[in-house]
Design a protein around this ligand. Sequence first.
Ligand code: AMP
Ligand code: MG
Length: 343
Amino acid sequence: MPALALRPAARWLARLALMAPATLLFGAAPARFEFSQAHMGTLFRIVLYAEDQSAAERASGAAFARIAALDAALSDYRDGSELMALCRQAGGPAVRVSQDLFRVLAEAQAMARRSGGAFDVTVGPVVRLWRRARRTGQWPDAPRLAEARARIGYRELALDRRTRSVRLAKPGMLLDLGGIAKGFAAAEALAVLEGFGIRSALVAGGGDIVVSEAPPGAAGWRIAIAPLNRNGTPPPRLLLRNAAVSTSGDAEQAVEIGGVRYSHIIDPRTGRAVVGRSSVTVVAPAGALADALATAASVLGPRRGLRLVDATPGAAALFLQASGAHVRVYPSKRWNAIVTPAD
Ligand code: AMP
Ligand code: MG
């Protein structure tokens, strides 16, 4: 037998001696685990603290399954989704829908009213034209834009809470939940993790992030806001717990036609894509709220957008707007109070 090999009992004693006293008293400290999966056309990332790998895998697996189920119900890219089945009934009778779809639509309609229609999930027909414009680099032609605009309007979307049903008043209406579904799904996934006893976790679906309690020994989750200009001064990093943070902007999805930059975010009141380089980061108490508010503020611009944020309990925002090489920074009233800079 080699000199250094220990017999099992001796090996166990040696391991015991190496453990920190706190570990012996309270059990192992939770360890950090990270997982990612593609859903809703983006990468969802889960970071969580759990006792061991198998607990982490069970919890994250269930959370991703919840996101996948929401994607299947809420997607406007899938003909088989519950959302598209509802759209096929546009102009017809009210349709009873799932609790998930009803909850997202109720949140969306609340934001539509509060933003005076700047946020509007009935914007689908116009979004489709601008998606094509992004592929072809051609401005959507005027008659088609006018025809698509005639099929949008949040007032034509009626919800009946008693029967949990939805009616789309005009034929050809098309809903697009792209501005709210990721924040909603991230929050639902976080709730699943909580159900598995995970107290400290982060769920990110692209730019829509929700966090629960701070990681062990930390004051919060560090979250970086992407800068507008690659070589400009980076915006602050945030330190958050039990909060949602969403960033909307044209960083990834924009098209330039005739020297003008058009965003993937549309002003439903004009049918035009938002122009210029800007991004809005919203911190709010809930995922769907942060997501919808960030999209609404992108449409409204810094002055009216931040007024809407200031009027939303518990919300704060930072609006970045590029003019030439310069980036203007507009904080909302609560920004400094709510947000603890991480550095
Ligand atoms: P977000 O990245 O959360 O700002 O969402 C942008 C997505 O929301 C777009 O890709 C569209 O699918 C959809 N959208 C665009 N404009 C609006 C709008 N004014 N209101 C609601 N959803 C919109
Ligand atoms: Mg959004």
